[in-house]
Design a protein around this ligand. Sequence first.
Ligand SMILES: *Cc1c(COP(=O)(O)O)cnc(C)c1O
Length: 419
Amino acid sequence: MEVINGHKKWGFQGNPELIASSISVRGVLTKLMANRNKDEKRPTIPLGRADPTEFPSYRTTPVAPDAVADATYSYNYNCYPPTVGIAEARRAVAEYLSKDFPYQLSPDDVYLTAGCTQAIEIVVSVLARPNANILFPRPGYPQYEARASCSKLEVRHFDLIPEKGWEVDLDSVEALADENTVAMVIINPSNPCGNVFTYQHLKEIAETASKLGIFVISDEVYGHLAFGSNPFVPMGVFGSTVPVLTLGSIAKRWIVPGWRLGWIVTSDPNGIFHQSGFVECMKNFLDITTDPPTNMQGALTQILKHTKEDFYSKILTTIREAADILYDRIQEIPCLTCPHKPEGSMVAMVKLNLPLLEGIIDDVDFCMKLAKEESVIILPGVTVGLKNCLRITFAVEHSALEDGLGRIKAFYHRHAKKE
Ligand SMILES: *Cc1c(COP(=O)(O)O)cnc(C)c1O
């Protein structure tokens, strides 16, 4: 190979973290989609990713596109925004979240991001100093792991306990943390488990993190999508026990994941994020990254203020009924068990009982063959940290969900171990 100035010409090396590209949800789903039988006449049932926008029952409220149109046609939002977000939108988020808080958030506590995905990127990048480590849940949301590895931030995993409704194993949190631990992440309502933490459990998490001197990052992208017996309680309620970074977005509750609008909120009445220098560091990061589009920021105030209660409740009913269908149909498929009935988010974790199956070696094999034979897409558990489990999205049209679960049942009977 030609060598110029000591470099091999075109000798691409790349970031090893990206070449090693462990496992991303999108990467796995692309492989599953490609594995479908080309001659399949039946429609594909997408139970792999939580994006129900193609289904009429999950259409957003007209308040949302109206708000975007109003903001755009006002011509007031064609400028670059301030890197922290425009003032009125920050105020709107502070007011929206404060309704569930025992104290009032200030607009200055709010930083607007390009979806919750960028919120994760920002928070992880800001925390990633040399030798630091961070605690993530297992199972979890692999975007966190991917971001941490790109930032060379060491990851340690604590377990969520299925028998206890996927609560955090706080003993494992205590055992993992040391003087270099910077934060722990919780996702509530949970993706991938579909549970909702109780007030009491959140309080225990706050007390544990406070004792260990670590921040809590609470991913509440599914905030308010709780339809079981546990009401949604934001972690920021415990902001005076432990400093909390609340991450959120409009992607899930308003079902507009393509709109790329989210936030980071410092839920911290004692001002520890300011005193510790975290806020300054985060602002410096915001200055070198991109912002959510200004017209979307301009629309946010109307979206948060004018969305009607009946939109929220209609979506919640649709998702609750879907969760019921999933839970009931799973009972009829012997190779699957659902350890905890889903009560929040749009997804559930299901255990795969491999000994009941013939010629299926693991969860990935199950999902690949299911895609090929039935055109049903579900996510192998290993992608979210639990081998031989499956993550199933139930936020699809009810008829599609029935169809998909019927096909999984037929798949089971074809592959069941003979007595
Ligand atoms: C969907 C999701 C995100 C990303 O949200 P966007 O606003 O679409 O970027 C982050 N965290 C969890 C747990 C999610 O399910």
